[in-house]
Write a protein that binds this ligand. Sequence first.
Ligand code: FMN
Length: 167
Amino acid sequence: MKTIGLLYSKSTAFTAEVGARIAEAWGEGIEYVDIDTARLEDVEKHSALILGTPTYFNGELPSAWSEFLPEVEDADFTGKKVAIYGPGDQVGSPMSFADGVGILAEFFEALGAEIVGRTSEEGYSYEQSLAAREGSFLGLILDPTNQPELTDRRLSAWVKELKRELV
Ligand SMILES: Cc1cc2nc3c(=O)[nH]c(=O)nc-3n(C[C@H](O)[C@H](O)[C@H](O)COP(=O)(O)O)c2cc1C
């Protein structure tokens, strides 16, 4: 059976909460992969992946992701679809808004993956973001600090879109 791996760390609270909501909305066929303990085989066995990461340290990945990436850096993800979500703070960090999403997109693209689940930049205000490319975001960007009221709508629209793109 084809399954989707849902990767995030429970050490990043909002990202973990959104991950649990994605799994619940998805239903069968999705499996949580804890990046704090996962090995390459826990990731490779899935036909597609959803990755969750916040951005920390002014435009960097949280340590959970930085420590996990060497585990998969030699893998071949050619033909694998990867969708990425992450919270950021467009007011507090306008020069590195949700950069973590862009960093993961580039990393997995370099392994051959196809990034799906792009979203519109409309409704956000920031200066620079590695998550933005050619007028859209490379994944779902949430801003629980400044736009908490938009999370539900953005999340459900994205899951609906992924159901089309990933299955
Ligand atoms: C020390 C620190 C640095 C941060 N740097 C950034 C940043 O560069 N870009 C950004 O968009 N958000 C930044 N943020 C905001 C977080 O990404 C945001 O609060 C997010 O919701 C945290 O998610 P989590 O609860 O899953 O860890 C930073 C937050 C902290 C505490």
